[in-house]
Design a protein around this ligand. Sequence first.
Ligand SMILES: Cc1ncc(COP(=O)(O)O)c(C=O)c1O
Length: 389
Amino acid sequence: MPEAAPGATPGLGHAIRGRFLLEDGVAFLNNGSYGATPRVVFDAALDWRRRMEAEPVRFFTRTLPPALEAARTALAARLDADPQGLGFVDNATTGVNAVLAGLALEAGDDAVTTDHVYGAVRLAMRHWLGRRGVRVIEAPVPYPVADADQVVAAVAAALTGRTRLLVIDHVASPTALVMPVGRLIALARSRGIRVLVDGAHAPGHLPLSLRALAADWYVGNCHKWMFAARGCGFVYAAPAERAGLHPTVISHGYGQGLAAEFDWTGTRDPCHWLALPEALRFAAEIGPARIADHNRALRAAAAAAIASRWGTGVGAPPDLLGFMAAIRIPTPLAATAENAQALHDRLYDDHRIQVPVIAFAGALWARISAQIFNAPDDYERLAAALAPA
Ligand SMILES: Cc1ncc(COP(=O)(O)O)c(C=O)c1O
């Protein structure tokens, strides 16, 4: 497809790809899993690392505390969140584990999530909640899904009189579904149920005001869609939950407030956190609205074009998708994890296309991502590679 195709944006797409370290020749359609770091952010993290090595003691005792505070304040402003309720973690998985570990739930209580839950979070719930005798219920969300009402109805049907916790994804991993989190939080609140939002994919991807959303806990990554160096995540707690939230590793900050506890969990390399302001500057330079317009338009055009070429469909309507979409793959192969992996490997090895293939709801799906370095012809390669003969 030429650059003038639907979804192309002057100055973005392949024109900006050189500002990332991505290798040539790969159609990189999986920003969602691990993100991709701009050169300036990679260099900023490296500069911090050099300062750390130049004088480690001065770095940890004098340089780090104010720099970390500045990074947290910048993140809080971007998320419209109270900085006192925000702590850095390495990634969303670490944040979810900290919240689950600290919950005062007991045998006989129920916790509800959906069947779109991220696999590692499913296991963390089993570990932290199952060992206390808390039952974990997965609400089956219809898929393909038609509208937000179906999601809300599915979750509502799974809530019981003993439900004490709802864990919902802001953007679901296997399906890219953008959950109606505001409505789900309101539903839970009306029943006195606390809510943990797993926003691993949301920062930099969806408009986000943690103040307005008012979840009890919100966990997110900056390294997926916010251009941060990998290993940059956060956990946020509403005022009433702050005293009960601790990192899973207790260290010197214990009892000194959420930020202090998460700031220090032992000696480690904090440079990916310190480079966050550079990532926010990068996004501001490109323009958050321009990024969102490009990524959404590209995702919409690409998903529709691929589904049409394959004669299949997209798993969710456009208003329940952001920068990602899952398109059903036309194949007689059974929907197993092994077949999904084999198809992924074939796309990568034979076609240099990096896209996750996911077995879900009885079918195989290609989950595409649209980031600012993507252009329509990346998706044309995928459409052609799996087009029915
Ligand atoms: C919904 C969801 N939760 C959690 C994670 C885990 O993110 P991380 O590996 O950065 O902890 C992911 C990763 O894709 C995800 O999609």
